[in-house]
Ligand binder design. Structure first.
Ligand code: GLU
Length: 607
């Protein structure tokens, strides 16, 4: 089935060069390579840890293409595209398989954002989880009013928000589906019934996971009778999920939102022995997906469209690009296999400034308006030029939030530490329609609660645990019905002149998503890399703390050069899960070129 997907061997050589790694053989990415986990990062919480590095070749196709984080999921999307399905159809098939084979990252018990392009317009679909009607801003606080330890908030019923994935996909399918809804569930149902081989990454995460086995349903599924986690290659069957998917396939999402499944979720959440939650079947029944106006801004000769609030991803990336445009970061492309310290410096400083505004201003705009009640002040070119002017030869250390034109809001600063899990899907169909979808249960295995064969999210811990600070209420505090602020940044890029799609990309990675996706945009648009090279480039950037560089992939010379510029450098694990599809000319012919993250198990398929 991979015969029509061409592996581009030369890309590997280039890639090894710019990423400063030894050249490896181009392997057709048929199966994820088992690799030992790398050393844990010091001081950073990263529950979905790295599970190795397996070089990805980059793939080309002429008509359609799908990139996802697991080969079985990619294949499901590929089969749908071959059968004439739309990008949305394929996304549904991919998501259902991911629910089964990558339960640590996403699923029908979680939430997602989907950017859609139909050849003319871009729409942003919002399937973010919502807080229960009974939630208050004390949800994640101790009786003394202090923020509780993060993991205490995560594990159990407390962190579970009303899932949004199925309602969002239903909405997108009503508008852009071509194949029948029920048919899109068949690959996942078959795999759930007949079993799938546990992937090396799932196995390695099960091995290090401490909380999942405390949930009896999860323990019975993911562990053997002696409590040993299922090893890589073990054929795991999930008849409960098969039944749920079969019911949703025939009865539609109402089966999930208005029936027994919603009641099962409520019971699970409420009866957790130590950390019960507030979510009810009524909250779930009332869940609504939304279509939002995407954030589209011009960057050099492109238009970059990103996800608006409740994600902070689109705004932060647009701010970074707006600042970097004034600094001409294109001059600092990686050379002779080395990241250019000046490029890393500029990118990190722009990141600090963008993250400072993000922490201050961005939350669910249905509850908390942006400054000026619009994205415009934060993206105002003059404002961004003023912000960029704060970038000098030396690192500014910690950036202060700015005050966009004509605005004076006093929000407190957000204290939520989002943790890296999640999954990204990019698809282009034969019609030229495209999606970029990032989907999540938040932390690794979400709330560690399993119900009816799937994992429940812990998305509510993306709210700020603190509700106020000296400046006033925190924009991203918990409120009933509100969506927690996200960093997910599904992105579509267009040629400004021709309006043609150039790139679909996105990544998991908690709040570092903004830097991961920003790296791919700068890598492709400014530094002329192909999308695989840009994905494979070492991760770097700052979230307005230290300047973070990817462990095992950066040179001592880079670290020293940044230190000389005053950067507080932290070399750490940075497990992105980037996927991307880019319009590229090869030998004079326009093709789709796909890339998957060597840090995870993704592959790309297409014809
Ligand atoms: N919950 C995070 C968000 O919505 C995503 C977590 C991750 O990517 O690992 O931004």
């Amino acid at each position: 089935m991979h015969t029509r997907v061409t592996a581009i061997a030369f890309a590997v050589a280039l890639l090894a060069g710019c990423a400063n790694r030894p050249v490896q053989n181009a392997a057709p990415a048929t199966a994820p390579a088992a690799a030992p986990a790398t050393a844990p990062a010091t001081g950073m919480q990263a529950p979905e840890a790295a599970s190795g590095w397996s070089e990805k070749p980059g793939w080309t196709a002429k008509k359609f293409m799908v990139a996802a984080a697991n080969p079985l999921a990619t294949d499901a999307g590929y089969q749908v595209l071959r059968a004439g399905g739309s990008a949305v159809d394929a996304a549904i098939a991919v998501q259902m398989v991911l629910t089964l084979v990558e339960p640590q990252s996403s699923g029908i018990g979680g939430g997602a954002f989907l950017m859609h392009y139909d050849g003319k317009t871009v729409k942003a679909f919002d399937g973010r989880e919502t807080a229960p009607a009974a939630a208050t801003d004390k949800l994640f606080q101790t009786p003394e009013g202090k923020a509780m330890p993060f993991i205490q908030g995560v594990v159990g019923g407390r962190s579970v928000g009303a899932p949004g994935v199925l309602r969002m996909l239903e909405m997108a399918h009503k508008q852009y589906g071509k194949l029948p809804w029920a048919s899109l569930f068949q690959p996942a149902i078959k795999l759930a019934e007949e079993g799938f081989a546990v992937s090396p990454r799932l196995a390695s995460l099960l091995k290090t996971e401490q909380y999942l086995k405390k949930d009896p349903a999860a323990a019975a599924y993911f562990y053997d009778k002696d409590g040993n986690p299922r090893p890589a290659g073990y054929v795991l069957k999930n008849p409960q999920l098969a039944k749920v998917l079969r019911d949703i396939a025939t009865g539609g999402p109402d089966v999930f939102y208005k029936g027994q499944i919603a009641r099962d979720i409520e019971a699970k959440v409420k009866t957790h022995p130590t950390n019960p939650g507030l979510l009810t079947a009524t909250d779930i029944a009332g869940y609504q997906a939304k279509v939002r106006e995407p954030i589209c801004t011009d960057y050099k000769s492109w238009t970059v469209c990103g996800m608006p609030p409740p994600s902070s991803g689109g705004i932060a990336i647009a701010q970074m690009l707006g600042m970097l445009e004034t600094k001409n970061i294109g001059r600092y492309a990686p050379k002779d296999g080395m990241l250019n310290p000046e490029g890393v410096h500029l990118f990190s400083e722009a990141g600090r400034l963008a993250y400072a505004d993000r922490g201050r201003y961005v939350a669910d705009t249905d509850f908390v308006p942006l400054p000026g009640n619009s994205v415009k002040p934060l993206l105002d070119k003059t404002y961004l030029a003023q912000r960029a002017a704060l970038i000098t030869d030396k690192s500014m250390g910690q950036a202060k939030f700015g005050v966009p034109p004509g605005v004076n809001v006093a929000w407190g600063t957000d204290t939520s530490p989002e943790l890296p899990c999640t999954s990204h899907i990019s698809i282009v169909d034969a019609n030229g329609d495209a999606i970029s979808m990032t989907t999540t249960v938040e932390d690794v295995f979400g709330s560690r609660q399993m119900v009816d064969g799937f994992i429940l999210n812990n998305q509510l811990t993306d709210f700020s645990f603190d509700a106020v600070d000296a400046n006033g209420p925190v924009a991203n505090r918990v409120e009933p019905g509100k969506r927690p602020r996200s960093s997910m940044a599904p992105t579509l890029v267009f040629d400004k002149a021709t309006k043609k799609l150039v790139l679909s990309t996105g990544s998991p990675g908690g709040s570092a998503i903004i830097n991961y996706v920003g790296k791919v945009l700068v890598g492709t648009l400014d530094w002329g890399l192909n999308v695989q090279q840009a994905i494979s480039l070492p991760n770097f950037g700052s979230r307005n703390g230290p300047t973070e560089l990817e462990q095992g992939h950066v040179s001592e010379a880079l670290v020293e050069a940044l230190k000389a510029k005053g950067h507080n450098v932290r070399v750490m694990e940075q497990t992105s899960g980037l996927q991307g599809i880019m319009r590229t000319k090869i030998n004079g012919e326009e093709v789709w070129f796909g890339g998957a993250d060597p840090r995870r198990e993704g592959i790309v398929m297409g014809d």
